[in-house]
Design a binder for this molecule. Structure first.
Ligand code: APR
Length: 183
Protein backbone atom coordinates (compact mmCIF):
# COMPACT_ATOMS: atom_id res chain seq x y z
CA UNK A 1 0.00 0.00 0.00
CA UNK A 2 1.51 3.31 -1.15
CA UNK A 3 -0.84 5.72 0.61
CA UNK A 4 -3.65 5.93 3.16
CA UNK A 5 -5.90 8.83 4.15
CA UNK A 6 -6.24 9.26 7.92
CA UNK A 7 -8.04 12.23 9.43
CA UNK A 8 -7.85 14.20 6.14
CA UNK A 9 -4.08 13.60 6.03
CA UNK A 10 -2.59 11.55 3.19
CA UNK A 11 0.18 9.30 4.50
CA UNK A 12 2.28 8.05 1.60
CA UNK A 13 5.40 5.96 0.95
CA UNK A 14 7.74 6.92 -1.91
CA UNK A 15 11.28 6.10 -3.07
CA UNK A 16 13.19 9.32 -3.76
CA UNK A 17 16.08 11.57 -2.79
CA UNK A 18 14.49 13.66 0.00
CA UNK A 19 16.59 16.71 -0.97
CA UNK A 20 14.55 17.00 -4.19
CA UNK A 21 11.13 17.21 -2.51
CA UNK A 22 9.22 20.49 -2.71
CA UNK A 23 7.38 20.22 0.63
CA UNK A 24 6.97 22.56 3.60
CA UNK A 25 9.56 20.58 5.56
CA UNK A 26 11.92 17.68 5.08
CA UNK A 27 13.17 15.88 8.17
CA UNK A 28 16.90 15.27 8.55
CA UNK A 29 18.30 12.17 10.30
CA UNK A 30 20.81 14.20 12.28
CA UNK A 31 23.15 13.52 15.20
CA UNK A 32 23.16 15.27 18.57
CA UNK A 33 25.73 17.85 17.47
CA UNK A 34 23.54 19.03 14.54
CA UNK A 35 26.82 19.78 12.76
CA UNK A 36 26.25 17.46 9.80
CA UNK A 37 27.54 14.03 8.89
CA UNK A 38 27.11 11.42 6.17
CA UNK A 39 24.00 9.77 4.80
CA UNK A 40 20.91 11.91 4.41
CA UNK A 41 22.43 14.50 6.80
CA UNK A 42 25.31 15.01 4.40
CA UNK A 43 23.01 15.15 1.37
CA UNK A 44 20.75 17.76 2.98
CA UNK A 45 23.66 20.00 4.03
CA UNK A 46 25.27 19.72 0.58
CA UNK A 47 22.05 20.74 -1.18
CA UNK A 48 21.02 23.42 1.36
CA UNK A 49 24.39 25.16 1.32
CA UNK A 50 26.59 26.60 4.08
CA UNK A 51 23.93 28.82 5.65
CA UNK A 52 22.21 25.69 6.99
CA UNK A 53 25.29 24.73 9.02
CA UNK A 54 25.56 28.32 10.27
CA UNK A 55 21.99 28.18 11.61
CA UNK A 56 22.56 24.69 13.06
CA UNK A 57 25.68 25.86 14.90
CA UNK A 58 23.57 28.45 16.75
CA UNK A 59 21.13 25.76 17.96
CA UNK A 60 23.67 24.17 20.31
CA UNK A 61 22.79 20.56 19.59
CA UNK A 62 19.72 18.38 20.16
CA UNK A 63 19.16 15.39 22.47
CA UNK A 64 18.30 11.97 21.00
CA UNK A 65 14.55 11.63 20.52
CA UNK A 66 14.02 15.35 19.93
CA UNK A 67 14.11 17.64 16.88
CA UNK A 68 14.96 21.24 15.94
CA UNK A 69 13.72 23.52 13.12
CA UNK A 70 15.75 25.50 10.60
CA UNK A 71 15.10 27.13 7.24
CA UNK A 72 15.72 25.15 4.04
CA UNK A 73 17.97 27.70 2.24
CA UNK A 74 18.92 26.27 -1.20
CA UNK A 75 16.67 23.22 -0.77
CA UNK A 76 13.30 23.13 -2.57
CA UNK A 77 11.77 22.43 0.87
CA UNK A 78 10.96 25.52 2.93
CA UNK A 79 12.28 24.13 6.21
CA UNK A 80 14.43 21.33 7.63
CA UNK A 81 13.43 19.60 10.84
CA UNK A 82 16.58 18.03 12.29
CA UNK A 83 15.53 14.91 14.21
CA UNK A 84 17.97 12.84 16.25
CA UNK A 85 17.12 9.15 16.21
CA UNK A 86 18.71 6.52 18.47
CA UNK A 87 21.71 4.40 17.58
CA UNK A 88 20.61 0.71 17.67
CA UNK A 89 22.19 -1.06 20.68
CA UNK A 90 20.28 -4.33 20.54
CA UNK A 91 16.82 -3.09 21.50
CA UNK A 92 17.10 -3.03 25.27
CA UNK A 93 17.99 0.66 25.67
CA UNK A 94 14.71 2.37 24.85
CA UNK A 95 15.56 2.61 21.16
CA UNK A 96 11.96 2.05 19.99
CA UNK A 97 10.61 4.77 22.31
CA UNK A 98 13.36 7.19 21.28
CA UNK A 99 12.72 6.59 17.57
CA UNK A 100 8.96 7.15 18.02
CA UNK A 101 9.78 10.31 19.98
CA UNK A 102 11.95 11.64 17.14
CA UNK A 103 9.01 11.30 14.73
CA UNK A 104 6.54 12.78 17.22
CA UNK A 105 8.72 15.77 18.10
CA UNK A 106 9.20 16.45 14.37
CA UNK A 107 5.42 16.46 13.84
CA UNK A 108 4.92 18.66 16.93
CA UNK A 109 7.33 21.22 15.43
CA UNK A 110 5.61 21.06 12.02
CA UNK A 111 2.21 21.51 13.70
CA UNK A 112 3.43 24.51 15.72
CA UNK A 113 4.76 26.13 12.54
CA UNK A 114 1.52 25.29 10.67
CA UNK A 115 3.49 23.34 8.02
CA UNK A 116 1.11 21.23 5.92
CA UNK A 117 3.45 18.80 4.13
CA UNK A 118 6.30 16.93 5.84
CA UNK A 119 8.66 14.30 4.42
CA UNK A 120 10.66 11.88 6.60
CA UNK A 121 13.65 9.70 5.71
CA UNK A 122 13.87 6.30 7.42
CA UNK A 123 15.47 7.73 10.55
CA UNK A 124 18.14 5.58 12.29
CA UNK A 125 18.10 2.79 9.67
CA UNK A 126 21.44 3.71 8.08
CA UNK A 127 24.56 4.54 10.10
CA UNK A 128 22.59 4.06 13.33
CA UNK A 129 21.76 0.45 12.44
CA UNK A 130 18.12 0.28 13.55
CA UNK A 131 16.45 -2.80 11.97
CA UNK A 132 14.61 -1.46 8.92
CA UNK A 133 11.38 -3.46 9.37
CA UNK A 134 10.96 -2.52 13.05
CA UNK A 135 11.84 1.12 12.32
CA UNK A 136 9.24 1.26 9.53
CA UNK A 137 6.53 -0.03 11.89
CA UNK A 138 7.45 2.71 14.39
CA UNK A 139 7.57 5.40 11.68
CA UNK A 140 4.20 4.50 10.16
CA UNK A 141 2.56 3.81 13.53
CA UNK A 142 3.68 7.16 14.96
CA UNK A 143 2.66 9.17 11.87
CA UNK A 144 -0.70 7.38 11.55
CA UNK A 145 -1.44 7.83 15.24
CA UNK A 146 -0.55 11.52 15.03
CA UNK A 147 -2.77 12.09 11.97
CA UNK A 148 -5.66 10.29 13.72
CA UNK A 149 -5.22 12.42 16.84
CA UNK A 150 -4.87 15.70 14.90
CA UNK A 151 -7.36 15.56 11.99
CA UNK A 152 -6.88 18.24 9.31
CA UNK A 153 -3.55 19.47 10.71
CA UNK A 154 -1.43 18.05 7.89
CA UNK A 155 -2.28 17.62 4.21
CA UNK A 156 0.59 15.16 3.56
CA UNK A 157 3.04 13.10 5.58
CA UNK A 158 5.50 11.41 3.24
CA UNK A 159 7.80 8.53 4.21
CA UNK A 160 10.59 9.16 1.69
CA UNK A 161 12.57 5.91 1.40
CA UNK A 162 15.91 5.61 -0.37
CA UNK A 163 15.52 2.02 -1.54
CA UNK A 164 12.76 -0.29 -2.71
CA UNK A 165 13.48 -2.58 0.27
CA UNK A 166 12.96 0.27 2.74
CA UNK A 167 9.76 1.27 0.95
CA UNK A 168 8.46 -2.31 1.12
CA UNK A 169 8.83 -2.30 4.93
CA UNK A 170 6.89 0.97 5.12
CA UNK A 171 4.19 -0.19 2.67
CA UNK A 172 3.69 -3.38 4.71
CA UNK A 173 3.33 -1.34 7.91
CA UNK A 174 0.84 0.98 6.19
CA UNK A 175 -1.20 -2.00 4.95
CA UNK A 176 -1.26 -3.33 8.52
CA UNK A 177 -2.70 -0.03 9.81
CA UNK A 178 -5.25 0.03 6.96
CA UNK A 179 -6.29 -3.51 7.90
CA UNK A 180 -6.73 -2.50 11.53
CA UNK A 181 -8.92 0.40 10.33
CA UNK A 182 -11.00 -1.97 8.22
CA UNK A 183 -9.83 -0.34 4.98
N1 APR B 1 17.10 10.83 0.66
C1 APR B 1 16.33 10.00 1.43
N2 APR B 1 16.83 9.06 2.25
C2 APR B 1 18.19 8.95 2.30
C3 APR B 1 19.06 9.79 1.54
C4 APR B 1 18.45 10.75 0.70
N3 APR B 1 19.18 11.59 -0.05
N4 APR B 1 20.35 9.43 1.83
C5 APR B 1 20.28 8.41 2.71
N5 APR B 1 18.98 8.12 2.99
C6 APR B 1 18.44 7.09 3.88
C7 APR B 1 19.32 5.92 4.20
O1 APR B 1 19.30 4.97 3.14
C8 APR B 1 18.61 5.39 5.45
O2 APR B 1 17.50 4.59 5.07
O3 APR B 1 18.21 7.70 5.15
C9 APR B 1 18.08 6.66 6.12
C10 APR B 1 18.84 7.07 7.37
O4 APR B 1 20.21 6.75 7.21
P1 APR B 1 21.39 7.74 7.67
O5 APR B 1 21.40 8.94 6.83
O6 APR B 1 22.64 6.93 7.78
O7 APR B 1 20.92 8.22 9.13
P2 APR B 1 20.85 7.43 10.52
O8 APR B 1 20.87 5.96 10.35
O9 APR B 1 19.72 8.08 11.26
O10 APR B 1 22.24 7.83 11.21
C11 APR B 1 22.43 9.15 11.60
O11 APR B 1 24.43 9.31 10.35
O12 APR B 1 24.84 10.75 8.66
C12 APR B 1 25.04 10.55 9.98
O13 APR B 1 25.11 12.76 10.90
C13 APR B 1 24.33 11.58 10.82
O14 APR B 1 25.43 10.88 12.81
C14 APR B 1 24.21 10.84 12.11
C15 APR B 1 23.90 9.42 11.66
Amino acid sequence: MDSLDIGETEISVIVADITTLEVDAIVNAANQSLLGGGGVDGAIHRRAGPKLLEECRALGGCPTGEARLTRGYELPAGHVIHAVGPRWKGGGHGEAELLASAYKHSLDIARAEELKSVAFPAISTGVYGFPADHAAEIAIGTCAGYAKGHPGIFDKIILCCFSEESAEHHRAALAEIAGEMGR
